[in-house]
Ligand binder design. Structure first.
Ligand SMILES: O=C(O)c1cc(=O)[nH]c(=O)n1[C@@H]1O[C@H](COP(=O)(O)O)[C@@H](O)[C@H]1O
Length: 243
């Protein structure tokens, strides 16, 4: 069954991949119908948590994408601190390993409880969507097939008690089958037909990604760099709703 246009819109997360809070606010003003925003490394490193308050004032959902990857004690400290922000989604890297993922999950809950806010859904990046099978084999020296490696990282995240993963839409159908309906699959590497792939190596269209089982799509440049971002967003919502 198809989605309504409203529920399609709620499945799209747009990244605030800009250097300043002023740039971020300009993007929020340009795209008033976007309900779910991602704050990533560029904006958080340059501007800090101020932007989170702006998003909350506008009653937006927040994906805080800081992709922690460290030893368990450091991951726990970072996730405890991030858990206090009351965001919806928070990222770590799955190859940090089970001890680090479990420590991160426990600490995110502690941080949220201490601050009296909702705990974030902690999700682990399985394998960046900028990596292709050649990079995985010849640069990272991983001998598993890419799909098998992504599956192992997804299972590691699930066994560690996380709420979901970040994965390419190309792996979403298999991962949905194995990890079940409740596990969050957040998919970047989404490109409407004809739009530039840029550094994304394992892309699919928005409708294909939703059909493959993605819970949320992260779509940046095809919207934010479009001549008319609001129209680009609406066209993607239409594509998903009719897909
Ligand atoms: O964690 C992420 O959000 C992420 C993981 C990944 O594997 N690939 C990936 O592209 N992302 C993020 O998703 C967004 C994709 O942006 P566009 O390529 O402009 O659509 C960027 O903000 C990336 O940081």
């Amino acid at each position: 069954m198809g989605l309504t246009k409203q529920s399609a819109a709620e499945r799209i997360i747009v990244p605030l991949d800009v250097p300043t809070v002023e740039d971020a606010i300009a993007l929020l003003d340009t795209l008033p119908d976007v309900t779910f925003w991602k704050v990533g490394l560029e904006l958080f490193v340059s501007a800090g948590p101020t932007i989170l308050e702006h998003l909350k004032q506008r009653q937006k959902r927040i994906f805080l994408d800081l992709k922690f990857h460290d030893i368990p004690n450091t991951m726990a400290g970072a996730c405890r601190a991030a858990g206090r922000y009351g965001v919806d989604l928070l990222t770590v890297h799955a190859p940090a390993g089970k001890a680090a993922l479990k420590a991160a999950q426990a600490a995110a809950l502690e941080g949220a409880a201490a601050a009296g806010c909702q705990p974030p859904n902690l999700i682990a990046v399985t394998l960046l969507t900028s990596i292709n099978p050649r990079n995985l084999a010849f640069e990272l020296k991983v001998s598993l097939e890419l799909t098998d490696y992504a599956l192992q990282m997804a299972l590691l995240a699930q066994d560690s008690g996380l709420s979901g993963i970040v994965c390419s839409p190309q792996e979403a159908a298999d991962l949905r089958r194995v990890c079940g309906d409740e596990f969050l699959l957040v998919c970047p590497g989404v490109r409407p037909a004809g739009s530039a792939k840029g550094d994304q190596q394992r892309a699919m269209t928005p409708a294909q990604a939703i059909a493959a089982g993605a819970s949320y799509l992260v779509i940046g440049r095809p919207i934010t760099q479009a001549a008319d971002p609001a129209t680009a967003f609406q066209q993607i919502c239409d594509e998903i709703a009719h897909g």
